[in-house]
Design a protein around this ligand. Structure first.
Ligand code: FES
Length: 318
């Protein structure tokens, strides 16, 4: 995937631990548009690559905006991006989407917690632009820890559409979500991004009303996986080449070792770069990027983490 060098044009301290970075190309050429809900690879000054959601208006072509939360256990990614200054150069990849706006929903409910607001902000811009019926529910610990507060409370696109929920206990969160669910139908779309436990609660509460196929999730973290029962299997490509995948190796690593080019980025099952088509066999999904519906369909899989329930898989690389 080609990297583009961009200049950090503006930095805003959104909260004590979250800063937004507006990025422009050095030569002034356009960077957008992109599809709402997209994320990009960002390689910061220390060379660490991470994925960040785009959170500006998708139709804006002059710049891209990301927001970075400084993680206490940062291994160099978010901490380094908290050190960059306006005028510094960083590298970014092409926008990619796991999350997208569902075209036929009767209404759209965006449910964010913490830094999870970022992909949902770009979706809110798009829903506003298309005139769709939407509400953004944003759960944070306090107003001081609410990113984009001024934008959400005062911009015309958002001020009547945003419900801020600050300082809620878990029980209050569940009650608020249950109240949201009462206004939905089987044709409504719910999008959620935030900590895994929060998204599990959102899914539990709204699924009985909208159905699991209408709950759209964006993960920031890799799934925890029990690998103790893993066994080997065979992967055949649509070209006819065949590879043995040992119990302790990923499909991706075996293909790469054999000189097969596969798109990849996170190698943790969250970015979607390595997702490929499954022509035969049943994947054992271990990723956090495909939707429940995609996993049930079984015709796509993430090669970096997912395995096989059948002795052989036939795969078509995308
Ligand atoms: S490389 Fe990111 S999901 Fe596989």
């Amino acid at each position: 995937m080609t990297d583009t060098k961009v200049v950090v044009a503006e930095i805003v301290a959104e909260t004590p631990s979250i800063r937004s970075l507006r990025l422009v190309r050095e030569d002034g050429a356009p960077l957008g548009p992109y599809r709402a809900g997209a994320h990009i690879d960002v390689t910061g000054p220390t060379g660490v690559l991470r994925q960040y959601s785009l959170c500006g208006p998708p139709t804006e072509t002059a710049s891209l905006t990301i927001a970075v939360k400084r993680e206490p256990a940062s291994r160099g990614g978010s901490a380094a991006l908290h050190e960059v200054r306006a005028g510094d150069l960083i590298a970014i990849g092409e926008p990619r989407n796991i999350l997208t706006v569902a075209p036929d929903a009767d209404r759209h409910v965006l449910v964010a917690a913490g830094i999870g607001v970022t992909p949902l902000l770009s979706m809110a811009y798009e829903l506003h632009t298309t005139g769709a019926e939407f509400t953004l529910h944003y759960f944070t610990r306090s107003r001081a820890e609410t990113a984009f507060l001024d934008l959400l409370e005062n911009r015309a696109e958002f001020r009547d559409r945003v419900r801020l929920h600050t300082g809620c206990t878990r029980a209050e969160q569940r009650d608020a979500l249950a109240a949201v669910a009462t206004g939905l139908t089987g044709d409504s779309a719910v999008y959620t991004c935030g900590p895994a436990g929060f998204m599990d609660t959102v899914t539990e509460v709204v699924t009985p009303v909208v159905g699991i196929g209408n709950v759209h999730i964006e993960h920031f973290e890799a799934a925890e996986i029990d690998t103790s029962g893993d066994t080997g299997f065979t992967v055949e490509l649509d070209t006819g080449e065949s590879f043995e995948i040992p119990a302790d190796r990923s499909i991706l690593s075996v293909l790469e070792e054999n000189g097969i080019d596969v798109f990849k980025s996170c190698e943790e099952g969250i970015c979607g770069s390595c997702v490929s088509n499954v022509l035969e066999g049943e994947p054992d999904h271990r990723d956090n990027c495909l939707s429940v519906a995609d996993k049930a369909a079984g015709d796509q899989m993430a090669l970096c983490v997912s395995r096989s329930k059948t002795p052989k898989l036939v795969i078509e690389l995308i």
